[in-house]
Ligand binder design. Structure first.
Ligand SMILES: [Zn+2]
Length: 155
């Protein structure tokens, strides 16, 4: 049975501290992530972090390079001398709001992925929108939201 996706109130994820040392339960993540991906497809969403639906773990699903992927323990650092740009972003945790957020234009991203019972480590370089999505979702895993780091603009 797939879990019903319910976004929890934003207050509960603002500043949340998620552990970095939990063992990864790959089959459980796979199953929950499938439900999250179906949900994103239905609402044409680009990303959703586990903490946004009340799972206190550091992973997310996102549409990167036109496909939905599961990123566990995500991290990023800037490339291209750290050039930044202001982006207008929305978030499923703030359904009626939009924020301008300063983001790195290009990043080096790392994460782990559940592959059956195996976890493999991947590294990739992203540009533009994929980089923004990855930063937005990774920030969720670090307790940071667009409301905390951006300026509100009209949706
Ligand atoms: Zn968000």
């Amino acid at each position: 049975m797939q879990r019903k996706i319910k976004i929890i109130p934003a207050k509960r994820i603002e500043g949340i501290r998620l552990r970095k040392d939990l063992p990864i339960d790959a089959p459980a993540i796979h199953e929950t992530a499938q439900g999250m991906i179906e949900y994103l497809k239905k609402i044409k969403g680009l990303g959703l972090a586990a903490c946004q639906i009340g799972i206190p773990e550091r992973w997310f699903v996102a549409k990167i390079d036109n496909q939905y992927i599961i990123c566990i323990y995500p991290a990023y650092k800037p490339i291209a001398s750290g050039k930044t740009k202001m982006w207008r972003e929305t978030c499923l945790s703030y359904p009626n709001e939009a924020y301008n957020v300063r983001r790195y234009q290009k990043i080096f991203a790392t994460w782990e992925t559940p592959d059956g019972d195996n976890i493999t480590e991947c590294a990739n370089m992203f540009g533009n929108q994929d980089a923004i999505i990855f930063q937005h979702e990774t920030d969720h895993c670090n307790g940071k939201t667009i409301k905390m780091i951006g300026q509100r603009v009209r949706k």
